[in-house]
Structure formats: C-alpha cells, structure tokens
Design a protein around this ligand. Structure first.
Ligand code: HEC
Ligand code: HEC
Length: 358
C-alpha cells in the first residue's frame, strides 16, 4: 500500500515535470517567433503610463575623425594616462578608469590622493560621450567641465592648475601635440580638458552579442539570454528606466539605497538641486558593458549582477523614513516604479544572462 502510494506520487511528479518541461520548451519557441523580426516587430515593452520609452537599438558608430579631431583624440589618450596631472605624480585618469575594467576601477569606491577613499564608485566611461549629464548626481554638464574636477579634487588627483600649466607649456612633445590638435601655442587647463573630452567621446563599448542582435537578429542569443531580454522589457520592469541605445532614460531615480541618516549617507541629486524630491536620487547608468564595470551602484555595494537583480526583486532597498537629525533633507521617497517582482530563480538567472551580453 505504502509502496503503491509512493509510486503514484512519483508518477504524478513525473507527469508534472514533463508538462512543465513542455510548457517551457513551448515558451522558448514562442519567444523565438515573437522576437524573430526586426526590433520594430518585437513584443511591445511594458512600461508605466507617463514613461517616454525609447526603443532599444545600437549605439551610433564613432564618426571618422577629421585630421584635427584625430590629433585631439590621440592627445587626449595620452593625457588620460598622464600622472603628472596629479599633485603626487601618482594618479592619472586611467588609475581609476582602467581600459581593462570597462574604464572603471573594479573597486567598491575609488582611492585617490594620499590613498583617501572617495564615497562613490568610478563609473565606466564607454558611453560617457552620450550622457546628458555626468557623475552619479549629474552635477557636471559636459565632459570638458567634468575633466577639470578630478584633477582639482583634493581626494582624487589634487592637481594644481598653475603648476600643471607651467610644466606642460615647457614640455616640447606636448607643445607640438597641442599645436597640431588645436592650433594653439599657449596651453591652458581648458585645452587639457578639451583633449580629454575628445578622447572620451571616441570611446565605444567592445562589440558584444547585443550589437549583433541589431545586425543579425535575436538568433545570436541563447534561449536563456532571449528570455532575459523579454523579462527585461516586460515582467521585470527594467525598461521603465533602462531604455534606448544606452539603456538609460538619463533621469534620476531613488532605489532606496541612499543610506539616509546613516554613516554612509549620500543624498545624490539633492546635493545639486536642493529639491526635496531629489533626496537619494541617482542618475540611471547606461547598462552597456555592465558585465565589466562591477561592483555596482553609486556606492558599489553590489559585487555581482545577481545581487542587483535581487534588489529589484525585493522592490528596491529600504531607507529610513523618519527625519534624520544630521541633515535638513527630508527622508527619501523610493521611486514608485519599483515593485516587488515575482521572478523564479530561473528567471533571475535569465536576467543576469541578458545583462552579461550588453
Ligand atoms: C581617484 C579616482 C579617480 C580619478 C583619478 C579620476 N576619476 Fe573619474 N571618476 C571617479 C569617480 C569615483 C567618479 C564618480 C564620482 C561621482 O559621481 O561623484 C568619476 C566620474 C567620472 C566621469 C563621469 C562618468 C559618468 O558616467 O557620469 C568621467 C567622465 C570621468 N570620471 C573622467 C575622468 C577623467 C577624464 C579623469 C582624469 C582627468 C578622471 N576621471 C580621474 C574616480 C576617478
Ligand atoms: C525606477 C527606475 C529603474 C528601474 C525600474 C530599474 N533601474 Fe536599474 N538603475 C536605476 C538607477 C537610478 C540606478 C543607479 C542607482 C544608484 O546607484 O543608486 C540603476 C542601476 C542599475 C545597475 C547598476 C549599474 C552600474 O553600473 O552600477 C544595474 C545592473 C541595473 N540597474 C539593472 C536593472 C535591471 C536588471 C532592472 C530590472 C529588474 C532595473 N535595473 C530596473 C534605475 C532603475
């Protein structure tokens, strides 16, 4: 009797498993069909009312540089590696933005001058030329403006503009390079910034399966990656904020991870605008090449993409909701677009597999 019961149980379990397996296989085939054509024929992205969704697409190729622009890019690349832009002679831009690490530094937050630790994670720079504003809080409007900030920042490069202008104007090789790039004989800090910006604008993420999707179609994706793409556009709600060729809306959102009222508090966009609605908001980062640029978020607290996905499954983080005595900024409001997500472990793994091809 007991044995019979066990057998029956086994039987129904088997039946269940085959049915689930079949359903899964059908889903995969359906998805293949739904995503077989060009992007314009894909299932519509599911976003909330009021979201200005921009369809996914490839990044525009870098324009072929004309003579002078080619000189500027080469000069900028050299300055990017130039340690003499820092007071100690130890730090170049590349110290924290390494080409091997997607132009990030692979650290939770960066170390700079005197090995002092900053509060923020160094973003990758592959898409910096396309961002509408720079830094996690968007406080800089252009690459030219941005470049001067780490040079002057006492905990990054701590450079002295006048000292830099003195040695660079005496350096024969730089004088020749600046003349060829800009037609100038006297080099100022603004010219250093222009060259760095030209170099950064020439950067593109390395080609990935995601680029091939737009030339050869989704057949270049595995079933799991395709499922991840579909979830990203639909049930997982990512496309609300991560869309367009850069996979960012270029806006500022609060994911509930600002540590408001706690030791590692970072008020984000609020420090720039002083608008109470901006407490704890950070700029949506591009997800191109995201596989290379961990750890993640403005404070780099997530070492893995799986950790990031789990944060979204939980509906975001939970910041303190009562007024902090240490700031006049009101408690942050988590973005209403974040919801708890019902995603199975397989679906979470599929999302990660998709993020890894970007
Ligand atoms: C000590 C480490 C360090 C050095 C050196 C450094 N950076 Fe950064 N960089 C960072 C960090 C950290 C951030 C993010 C800071 C923030 O958002 O407040 C950042 C942000 C940026 C951004 C904004 C990217 C975005 O998507 O918003 C650009 C562009 C950039 N750096 C370029 C440079 C250039 C050019 C240099 C050299 C002149 C340089 N960095 C030197 C650590 C560094
Ligand atoms: C409400 C808007 C919003 C939604 C929805 C959203 N994101 Fe984000 N995402 C952001 C913002 C803003 C950040 C940066 C937050 C910070 O650093 O505090 C971010 C950061 C990330 C990062 C880290 C990137 C890096 O370079 O550090 C990843 C990965 C990511 N999101 C993936 C996803 C995935 C996957 C989904 C869907 C499950 C999703 N996002 C849904 C706005 C959003």
């Amino acid at each position: 009797m007991h044995g019979m019961f066990r057998l029956a149980l086994l039987g129904s379990a088997l039946l269940f498993l085959t049915a689930a397996g079949l359903r899964h296989a059908m889903d995969a085939a359906d998805l293949r069909r739904a995503y077989a054509g060009p992007v314009s024929s894909w299932p519509r992205a599911e976003v909330d009312a009021g979201v200005d969704f921009v369809e996914f697409g490839p990044l525009p190729a870098a324009p072929p540089p004309d003579g002078m622009e080619a000189q500027r890019i080469a000069l900028g690349a050299r300055l990017f590696d130039e340690r003499r832009l820092s007071a100690s002679g130890q730090f170049a831009c590349a110290s924290c933005h390494s080409p091997e690490l997607g132009f990030g530094d692979g650290l939770r937050t960066s170390f700079g001058h005197d090995r002092r630790r900053g509060q923020r994670n160094a973003p990758g720079l592959y898409t910096a030329g396309f961002q509408h504003s720079l830094f996690w809080d968007g406080r800089s409007p252009s690459l030219e403006d941005q470049a001067l900030q780490p040079i002057a920042n006492p905990i990054e490069m701590a450079g002295q503009s006048r000292q830099i202008e003195r040695w660079i104007n005496r350096d024969q090789a730089y004088r020749r390079a600046f003349e060829a790039a800009f037609g100038i004989r006297r080099i100022g800090m603004a010219d250093v910034a222009r060259a760095l910006a030209s170099f950064e604008r020439s950067l593109r993420p390395p080609q990935t399966a995601w680029d091939r999707v737009f030339t050869r179609g989704t057949e270049v994706l595995s079933d799991q990656q395709l499922e991840g793409l579909h979830l990203f556009r639909t049930k997982a709600r990512c496309a609300n904020c991560h869309h367009g060729p850069l996979l960012t809306d270029q806006k500022f959102h609060n994911l509930g991870i600002s540590f408001y009222g706690r030791r590692r508090e970072d008020l984000g966009r609020y420090a720039v605008t002083h608008n109470p609605a901006d407490v704890g908001r950070f700029r949506t980062p591009s997800l191109r090449a995201v596989r290379r640029t961990g750890p993640y978020m403005h404070h780099g607290i997530f070492p893995s993409l799986a950790g990031v996905v789990n944060l979204y499954v939980a509906g975001g983080g939970v910041d303190q909701a009562v007024q902090s005595p240490t700031t006049s900024a009101p408690p942050p409001q988590r973005d209403p677009q974040l919801r708890k997500l019902a995603l199975t472990p397989e679906e979470r793994a599929a999302l990660v597999a998709f993020l890894e091809i970007l």
